[in-house]
Design a protein around this ligand. Structure first.
Ligand code: FES
Length: 108
């Protein structure tokens, strides 16, 4: 079985292909691979410092945000149509190769 992974572009433009685990939050995958994401509240949906942009190819493959995610995104900076909070994205094998960009302001 081939390894599952996601592609992450950090705020400084550096690109990383990192291993991903089924059932983990995308935020946890990024953090556990020592990339630069603050994720201050640890996934409680109260900080928006796990803000990411989803590569356009992948936007429609994700389940849509719930109202509470959208409300928290309202408080984030630099929000775009492809913005999501990575603590609300659960990785599954269908998302193998997912490409995301860490939003400005999420640096540790
Ligand atoms: S880690 Fe705080 S909202 Fe995602």
């Amino acid at each position: 079985m081939s390894e599952l992974y996601i592609n992450v572009i950090e705020q400084d433009g550096s690109e990383h292909k990192i291993p991903a685990l089924d059932g983990w939050r995308v935020m946890e995958i990024i953090r556990d691979n020592d990339l630069n994401i603050k994720a201050e509240c640890g996934g409680c949906l109260s900080c928006a410092t796990c803000h990411v942009y989803i590569d356009p190819v992948w936007v429609d493959k994700l389940y849509p945000p719930r109202d509470d995610e959208l409300e928290m995104l309202d408080d984030a900076f630099n929000v775009e149509d492809n913005s999501r909070l990575s603590c609300q994205l659960i990785f599954t094998p269908e998302l193998n190769g997912l490409k995301i960009i860490l939003a400005p302001g999420t640096e540790v």
